[in-house]
Design a binder for this molecule. Structure first.
Ligand SMILES: Nc1nc2c(ncn2[C@@H]2O[C@H](COP(=O)(O)OP(=O)(O)OP(=O)(O)O)[C@@H](O)[C@H]2O)c(=O)[nH]1
Ligand SMILES: [Mg+2]
Length: 697
């Protein structure tokens, strides 16, 4: 446990060897996570990493997670002891939380992190002195460099072998506390210490008590005229008074004004009211340009490799149903996934660098004012930006927004951020309809269109928030308090690990869905009801026999006609009338249906549909070339500027992601909001795609 951004997850990772997300801003961890580590030859410990908390007065959803564990209200996590991680460069504030835990009388070992930074600031800490004053073991560690871990384990082992005794010093006047309402509460819970009892009084409504127990506690509050705000203020004053005494004995601090830290100097520019915003726009601009520009080289390579492989397999494998399945189902589907690895790695890598350096928190700070205008908060920006990678973790990270209404609005609009699963769709469509021109040498037109889509997503999101805030009836005071972390050199290894890890998850998780849907789709598009397909075959056999010189051309028509008779074709044809106004044909209709599970399925669907519907000699055409060649029955090209733009807008705005719906349901506890999201996003998608089609045709 410990304050946000104090290094808890870094410590957790170096103890357990796991790889939980670490970042340089408060509120990275929003849920608990358990791992195990050997403490000594005899002992093994289960370690739970928890969200950061400033005090035992939780406001945010993530703080509640940690609070419930400490107060024994979480049946899944009952701690034997707490390792309190305290940031030595902000000792006073970290000791506030420490003193509260000590008063809960849970066995504690204190791990002091950031000693390197404290030293740089000119702070000296007398660790043995601190142990004496606090009455619990204090160990200096640096989890970023895995230093001090053996010493910490020793201290933990010491606690266990001593029988994990509770801390015996009080930091508030427990005697005074023990009278009044607490005395009455003790009649209900005989063994309770006064300070935890106080928390029962304050937060029992959020605890899992029976109705009669709730009433009993309520009655104690009423009969003693219990004043929560006053008690709380009083407590904090008493604590800081005591902490000042402790620090006087053990800490020597330089005059903080004498030394200007590098962070302050950087912030003079990066938070400047003119330069700050210019730099922000430049950073975001470079972010999106590089996703497109850096990734194109490996992507072209992968595309080429897969089409070669497909062509080669097509020529080598025997012409039977399973050969067809491997070439057009498996390999086509796999190629559709693998090609996006470079972009996904670059996107996640760059976002990790933003978070690790400390700049992400500055983006929140800079944008708070704008966000406030539409009913959001500076803290909404972090979920929104990580929404560019994936909406699922992004929506969870909205837990660190204090205000419930702002949190709800943030969750509502985060799926409109263009996530990495849309990249495949945009990439292939942009390559089809936007010429590959460059302005002034490096500004790629395709990159600009891509960026335009991202910006459009953000604008629509802000507009939705602005409108939705009139409908959401939660009244709560809003404020913006965010601790700006110091700038740190990013840990390159962390960025590299994240990139590889995300690519792996994408291939495995998305890959699984894409493969399954590709296979199902291959079946649905290769077979059809009744003898519709046989009828087509007989018809073309006769035609070819009549005009053998047109055989190639006829075979193409035959493939398309067969596809039309298949199950997939019938489905696509069924919805074609309703998507015709958006400029889509029935093949795109099939993709829309399959994409409702997950939008990244689009490319796999296209790959399968166009492979099934093509001739053997076309196998080594890339998917892009096949789509380029696609025509309506009357010979017009399917993928025109208008259809392409309309389709991209649809994929940008529609809610096509089961995982997002599931996570929203979990975060907001019920199906109401995910259903609203599904409805409003699909409606928006249809509306704007229609407009896009009209504008560009
Ligand atoms: N200089 C220095 N940096 C550290 C030290 N320990 C952790 N860090 C850095 O501090 C930042 C925060 O680390 P995390 O482990 O994510 O912190 P956390 O306590 O889990 O934060 P939340 O999950 O947001 O509560 C990261 O950038 C770490 O690299 C340390 O001892 N010295
Ligand atoms: Mg953490």
């Amino acid at each position: 446990m410990g304050n946000p951004n104090s290094g808890k997850t870094s410590l957790f990772n170096s103890l357990t060897g796991l790889n939980q997300k670490v970042g340089n801003f408060p509120g990275v961890t929003v849920d608990k996570k358990t791992g195990e580590t050997p403490i000594s030859k005899e002992w093994k410990a289960y370690i739970t990493d928890l969200p950061g908390t400033y005090s035992l007065y939780p406001r945010r959803a993530d703080e509640w997670v940690a609070y419930k564990v400490l107060l024994g209200q979480d049946p899944d996590t009952v701690p034997d002891m707490v390792v309190l991680v305290a940031d030595a460069s902000n000792l006073k504030r970290n000791l506030l939380f420490a003193s509260q835990i000590l008063d809960l009388k849970i066995p504690v070992v204190i791990a002091l992190t950031m000693m390197d930074l404290a030293r740089k600031k000119g702070t000296q800490i007398d660790i043995p002195g601190l142990e004496l004053e606090l009455g619990v073991p204090v160990v200096s560690i640096n989890p970023r460099k895995s230093k001090g871990i053996p010493e910490l384990k020793k201290a933990i082992e010491g606690m266990i072998t001593l029988g994990a005794t509770a801390p015996h010093f009080d930091f508030i006047d427990n005697q005074a506390l023990a009278s009044g309402p607490i005395a009455d509460l003790k009649k209900l819970y005989s063994n309770i210490h006064p300070y935890p009892a106080l928390h029962y009084l304050m937060h029992h409504k959020n605890f899992n008590f029976t109705k009669s127990r709730q009433e009993e506690i309520e009655n104690i509050e009423i009969s003693h005229k219990f004043n929560q705000a006053k008690t709380q203020a009083n407590e904090v004053m008493q604590r800081y008074h005591r902490i000042r005494q402790v620090m006087k004995q053990t800490v020597i601090e330089d005059d903080p004004l004498a030394k200007k830290m590098m962070t302050d100097r950087l912030d003079n520019i990066l938070l400047h009211r003119v330069w700050g915003y210019l730099i922000l726009v430049t950073v975001l601009f470079l972010l999106f340009q590089s996703i497109f520009w850096l990734a194109q080289y490996p992507m072209n390579g992968i595309d080429w490799a897969f089409s070669e492989m497909q062509g080669w397999l097509g020529r080598t494998l025997p012409d039977v149903w399973w050969g067809n399945l491997i070439v057009n189902g498996l390999v086509a589907g796999l190629g559709g996934i693998v090609i996006f690895i470079p972009q996904i790695m670059i996107l996640f890598g760059l976002i990790t660098l933003l978070e690790d350096s400390g700049y992400m928190a500055r983006i929140s700070f800079l944008t708070d004012k704008v966000m406030r205008k539409v009913g959001l908060n500076g803290k909404s920006v972090m979920p929104m930006i990580s929404g560019f990678a994936c909406a699922v973790p992004a929506i969870m990270s909205a837990r660190n927004i204090e205000n419930q209404k702002e949190r709800l609005l943030t969750i509502l609009i985060t799926p409109l951020m263009s996530c990495s699963a849309r990249l495949p769709v945009f990439t292939i469509l942009i390559a089809l309809i936007i010429p590959n021109t460059y302005y002034i040498g490096f500004l790629s037109l395709q990159g600009l269109v891509m960026m335009g889509l991202y910006i459009f997503g953000v604008v629509v999101a802000l507009a939705v928030a602005w409108i939705a805030r009139f409908f959401v009836k939660i009244n709560e005071k809003s404020f913006f308090i965010l601790e700006l972390p110091i700038y740190r050199a990013p840990r390159w290894k962390n960025a590299a690990v994240t990139m590889v890890e995300k690519a792996r998850i994408f291939v495995m998780e998305a890959g699984k869905i894409i493969m399954i849907i590709s296979l199902v789709l291959w079946f649905l598009s290769s077979y059809g009801p009744g003898n519709g397909m046989e009828a087509v075959d007989t018809k073309y056999e006769q035609l070819i026999a009549q005009k053998p010189e047109d055989a190639t051309e006829l075979k193409k028509h035959q493939a398309t006609d067969r596809l039309e008779q298949s199950y997939a074709g019938i489905m696509g044809k069924f919805i074609e009338p309703s998507i015709r106004p958006l400029g889509y044909d029935w093949k795109i209709g099939i993709a829309l249906i399959t994409s409702f599970a997950a939008r990244e399925v689009f490319v796999g669907t296209m790959a399968t549909l166009y492979s099934v519907g093509s001739e053997a000699d076309e196998n080594d055409m890339t998917l892009r070339e096949k789509m380029q060649a696609a025509t309506w029955p009357d010979g017009r090209k399917v993928y025109t500027l208008a259809t392409g733009m309309s389709l991209m807008v649809f994929y940008l705005l529609a809610m096509q992601c089961m995982s997002t719906l599931a996570i929203v349901k979990r975060e907001l506890k019920g199906w109401k909001w995910p259903m609203i999201q599904l409805a409003y996003m699909t409606a928006l998608a249809y509306f704007f795609s229609f407009i896009a089609y009209q504008i560009f045709s």
